[in-house]
Design a protein around this ligand. Structure first.
Ligand code: NAP
Length: 290
């Protein structure tokens, strides 16, 4: 593309940022849609976050994605926040406004859109949610809001699962959430689960690690979604597959959170065909050829 006086800038703030796939998403979307826009990663240390947000606004950066460790810390520096992001307590997308940035959470709408493209539904499902960190909290909210029948939140630190269950139980009317330890899972009487792996266990380079050891509980998992996409197939996904279940990794979630952010920044709609092309480019960048 030709960078000139009319080029719009967007970017990512986080730490670290060097392995991000987001430039692949946004710069290729810009090329595909004929937008004069460039997207760059910015390394931002914790103590520089406020300056980075204010500086981005002063420079008329139209939009920024926010990644680890700033997703919650950025909230006090915004001029407005979307109600979903406020309820989740995490922001991953900033949209330029006259007085500052408005924060959104496109991680969850991205996950939902990704699951829909794979024919995976949440409504009326018994959900096994593995983990109780930032991502798990947001996924628990999504599952409750989308009408899951029951949500079991399993975590090494039980107290964190209990806190999420209590908070979301209050936020979403009619939601049913239960906190439990991994060892207690075998005692569940339901026979069919949608499982969503939201821990960092199994992330590259620890690819043989898995938070839920192989066992009879996997026979009850009809679909296993892992938020991790490096490796492309996690040990959790391998266990689900070996027991006859369907799997999805986190790459499409990353794709769609980016697409929804791009749509917010540019007031446009990205088609499924365009989304598929970008997914292929992300896979090529990762060296995945299927
Ligand atoms: P986080 O807040 O740090 O939470 C980490 C979770 O992993 C906690 O539940 C923690 O349990 C658990 N955990 C870590 N090490 C463990 C171990 N050895 N044994 C058992 N449990 C362990 O992280 P996060 O921000 O929620 O992110 C979680 C994962 O989601 C990461 O892999 C991230 O890459 C992925 N993610 C993907 C996308 C995407 O677009 N695909 C977006 C967001 C996040 P304790 O509470 O007991 O410590």
């Amino acid at each position: 593309m030709k960078i000139n006086g009319k080029t719009t800038t967007c970017g990512l703030i986080g730490n670290p940022v060097e392995h991000t796939l987001s430039p692949v998403i946004h710069n290729n979307l810009a090329k595909m849609l004929g937008d004069n826009l460039v997207y760059v990663p910015f390394l931002v240390e914790n103590e520089a976050l406020e300056d980075a947000v204010k500086g981005g606004h002063a420079l008329h950066i139209r939009g920024m994605n926010v990644t680890v460790p700033h997703k919650s810390a950025v909230i006090p520096h915004l001029c407005a926040i979307d109600s979903l992001a406020e309820k989740i307590g995490a922001v991953n997308t900033l949209v330029y406004q006259k007085d500052g940035y408005k924060g959104y959470n496109t991680d969850m709408s991205g996950l939902l859109r990704a699951m829909k493209t794979e024919g995976i539904r949440i409504k009326d499902e018994n959900v096994l949610l593995l983990g109780a960190g930032g991502a798990a909290r947001a996924v628990a909210y999504l599952c409750a809001a989308e009408g899951a029948k029951k949500i079991y939140i399993c975590n090494r630190t039980l107290q964190k699962a209990e806190e999420i269950a209590a908070e979301i139980g209050e936020q979403v009317e009619g939601a049913s959430l239960v906190a439990l330890k991994y060892e207690e899972m075998e005692e569940l009487t339901e026979t069919s689960f949608l499982a969503i792996q939201c821990t960092s266990v199994g992330l590259h380079p620890n690819v043989s690690d898995v938070v839920l050891a192989d066992g009879p509980v996997y026979d009850k998992i009809h679909t296993g979604v892992d938020l991790i996409y490096r490796p492309y197939e996690t040990q959790f996904m391998k266990h689900v597959k070996a027991h006859g279940g369907k799997t999805m990794n986190g790459l499409k979630m990353l794709l769609y959170q980016g697409i929804i952010a791009y749509e917010l920044w540019n007031d446009c709609t990205v088609s499924e065909t365009q989304a598929d092309s970008i997914l292929q480019m992300m896979k090529e960048e990762m060296g995945i050829y299927e």
